[in-house]
Structure formats: C-alpha cells, structure tokens
Design a protein around this ligand. Structure first.
Ligand code: SF4
Length: 447
C-alpha cells in the first residue's frame, strides 16, 4: 500500500465507493427490515460500517430504520485488539448520538459455560485443535446468533451486512458465487432463519478497501492509522465475525484469540511482539504450555468420556494447576484474563464432578485476591440439547463444531428422508461437508 499507488487509484476508488453508496441507499429504503452490520474491527467490516454511516449521513432525516453494529468478543482476544474494538464501538455510539443516526452497537460474548476457561478448566476439555475444535461455535457463533435471533423475534427478519469479498480467498469467492442471489443482491442466510445477507463490498479488492479507508475521513472521529498499524504489525488473514461454521476457520487469522491452540504459531501475537509489544510475550508462553499439556502424560484421564480407553478430559489436578497458572499470569500481566463469572462456573463444575466441599477453585482464586460469588448457573447453562450434542461429539471423538453443522444440514435441508432421492442427496451433502472440513483442517498449520 504505497502512497503513490494510493494517489493513482484515488479517482477509481471514489467512483467504486460512490456506486456502493448508491446501492446501499437503495437497499436501505427497499424494505423495513432492520440492518445488522457485522463489525470485527478488521479492515473489511470497518469499510462496510463506514459506508453505512456515510449513507445514513447523506440521507439525513429520512434514515429511520434501525441499524445495529454487532461485534463479538471471545473474552480471550488479543488484549490490544480487544481494546481497539471496544474503543471503536464507544466512538461509534457517541457519534451516532451526536449525529442523530438510528444506529447503535452491541458487543456480544460467550456465557461462562461457553467460554474458553469454562470449557477447558471447568469441564477439562483439551485445548482445541484443528481436528477437535469446540471453540468457534461456543465463543463466536452462539453469542452472535442469540443477538440476531432476538432481533428477528422482534422484527420478523433482518438484513446482515457482511464485509466478505470475492477476492479474499478462492474458497470464499466460490462460496459467495454459488449462493443464490436475488435481484437486490441479497441471499438468504443458509443457517439463520429470516436473515438475508448483503455483501456490499463483495467486488472490492484489498487495495480498494485500504484506499477507501485511508483517503476518507472516519465518520465516527479520528482516522484509521491505528488500524493500519495493527495490520502492519500482524500477519495472516482477518478474523471475521463468525455467524456460522462455513466461514473459513478463524484459527491462524490476523486477529484471533491469544489462547488459540488450533494453529502452530499465533502470527498476530508474534507480530505485535516483534513490533514492540513485549508485554504480550507471557501470553504466547502460556499458550504454548497449553499445547504441551494436551499430550503430556499424567494430565489427562486415560479414559474417554464414553468409558473407552484413550485420552479423556484434563484430570482434576491438571485443571487446578492451569487455573493457578492462569491467575498467576493475570497478576503478572496486570490485566484481567478470566472473569468472576467464569471462576464461579469453574467452581460449580468442579463441585459437580469432584470437589464435593465446593472449595478448590475458591481457594485458588483467593490466593490471588479474587473472590468467587456463588454462581448463577441457571442463567449461563447451555441448552440441554446443545449440551447433549457436545457431549456426544466428545464421547465419539468427533469435532463438536462439525457435528453441529451436520445436524443443521439434516434439520434445515432434509427434514424428511422419505422423499425419493432425499437420502442420496443428504449423504452427498454430508460427504461435501466432510471434504470441506478436511480441506480446512489441512490448510491450518498443525499446532
Ligand atoms: S481464534 Fe482459534 S481459539 Fe479462537 S475461536 Fe478461532 S479457532 Fe478457536
């Protein structure tokens, strides 16, 4: 992204963005469905949001339809990225109030039961791997889907605006081109009922996105210099807001979780550290330690959850050691790494499994000055069906995210297999799903 190339392309990006703005305005007034802009803080979703705000400003008082900016925080995001996104959301909200725009933001996250520490330390799940990934659906998809479901319940249906681009990756480009698109450029979301998807910058190139961002003032104040610097520091691809498991793996992406054990090297954290954020180094060391524990003798049960021989959940002593080490890390870094609700959930889970005095997590937390309030597990417990599904996947040694996707195909695409040919088509769909999952897993460098 050189200055000279930016100047040369400026008229071109102006005309591209003007035409995108015109299409957005048409789409906005075409119906009464509220909009949800998926905002990860990355360049593509920032460009979409900026276009939406520019369009709302241009139409003035005629803009009355609500727009929600939806962002998700796994609670284990790289701390500098999490701080950037939270700050951006605050500025966007302030600007919306000042400019009287019908727009607000919402930051969603996993419940304690869905969280990384709830699963790993509370229930003893092994750190996620490319073949055994339980994190994306729990930490990203479910929280976003709850917010979307809430809006569709109130309004009947919604339009999701995504920053996906055809040129971003061959796989995503193919998927986008294969989708059935209506005359307004919308396609039904394949998993979320009553949600239509719009991809306003689908045809933009990466250069278009950067040129648009750096050559137009940011409507919620400031500029995008910090965003540019985040990208310069990190390597790899962008981590999108994930609504479904068809979105390419976020493991190994530019802005992923600092705990991500799905990839061999956390490129973003390493990039930030190389650029001078040395204080993040202990996070990398901790993550590498978690990977070691996955296969370390004496840390995991010799029996799987279904009673068969093989590596099972982390043993109680391992879970206690990890919690202790995490709180030590938190104290050393001087920043929160685990919430009170997660600590309470961990104690609750241990009490159910092995800590009949209800005290082990409380005592470990107290060593670090953390007090555990009695958990309100009723609120944070996942649905019984979802819990059963995850348990079944764990017992069978199947990737829980993959099993959920297969179930979705069965439910939405093939509610009945009695029709002629339905069984064959269903088998083909499952075969395609497995091929795709294997391709995705192979593309992810093993941790
Ligand atoms: S970044 Fe890694 S740990 Fe986080 S949700 Fe994605 S795959 Fe899981």
């Amino acid at each position: 992204m050189s200055n000279s190339s930016m100047t040369a392309h400026r008229p071109l990006i102006d005309s591209v963005s003007q035409s995108t703005l015109a299409s957005l305005e048409k789409l906005y007034f075409a119906d009464t469905r509220p909009w949800i802009v998926a905002f990860s803080g990355g360049k593509d979703s920032t460009a979409v949001l900026q276009l939406v705000v520019e369009m709302l400003l241009a139409v003035g008082d005629r803009a009355t339809k609500p727009v929600l900016v939806l962002s998700s925080d796994t609670r284990v995001e790289a701390p500098n990225v999490a701080a950037y996104v939270t700050g951006a959301l605050r500025k966007i909200d302030d600007a919306a109030t000042t400019l009287r725009l019908p727009l607000c933001t919402q930051l969603v996250g996993p419940t304690a039961a869905e969280s990384y520490w709830g699963k790993l330390i509370g229930k003893g799940y092994p750190p996620p791997s490319r073949w055994f990934r339980w994190c994306t659906s729990n930490m990203k998809i479910k929280p976003s889907r709850r917010a979307i479901d809430e809006i569709t319940r109130r309004h009947g249906s919604v339009i999701l605006l995504l920053g996906s681009r055809i040129s971003e990756s061959a796989q995503r480009g193919r998927t986008m081109q294969e989708r059935e698109i209506n005359s307004r450029g919308l396609n039904p979301h394949h998993e979320i009922p009553n949600a239509l998807v719009a991809t306003p910058i689908a045809d933009w190139t990466t250069d278009d996105v950067w040129e648009y961002l750096v050559s137009n003032p940011c409507p919620w104040g400031g500029n995008h210099n910090f965003l540019v610097s985040l990208y310069r520091q990190a390597g790899g691809g962008e981590c999108p807001v994930v609504f479904d498991l068809n979105t390419p793996s976020c493991g190994g992406s530019r802005f992923g979780c600092w705990t991500c054990t799905v990839v061999k090297e956390d490129k973003s954290l390493q990039g930030f550290i190389r650029s001078g954020e040395d204080h993040l180094q202990p996070l990398v060391v901790f993550r590498d330690w978690l990977i070691e524990l996955r296969d370390k003798p004496g840390y995991r049960s010799d029996v799987k959850r279904n009673g068969n021989a093989g590596p099972g959940p982390f043993l109680p002593c391992a879970r206690q050691e990890i919690l202790d080490a995490l709180l030590e890390l938190e104290r050393g870094m001087g920043m929160p790494l685990i919430s009170d609700a997660e600590l309470a959930y961990i104690q609750h889970q241990w009490s159910l499994e092995f800590d009949f005095q209800n005290q082990l997590a409380v005592e470990i937390a107290a060593k670090y000055g953390r007090r555990i309030a009695m958990p309100d597990v009723g609120k944070s417990a996942p649905s019984a069906e979802d819990d059963l599904l995850e348990q079944a996947a764990l017992e069978a040694g199947i990737n829980p995210d993959l099993l959920r996707q297969a179930l979705d195909i069965r439910r939405t695409g093939f509610p009945s297999l009695d029709k002629w040919g339905a069984k064959t088509q269903f088998e083909r769909a499952i075969g395609d799903l497995l091929d795709k999952a294997a391709r995705q897993a192979e593309q992810t460098a093993p941790a």
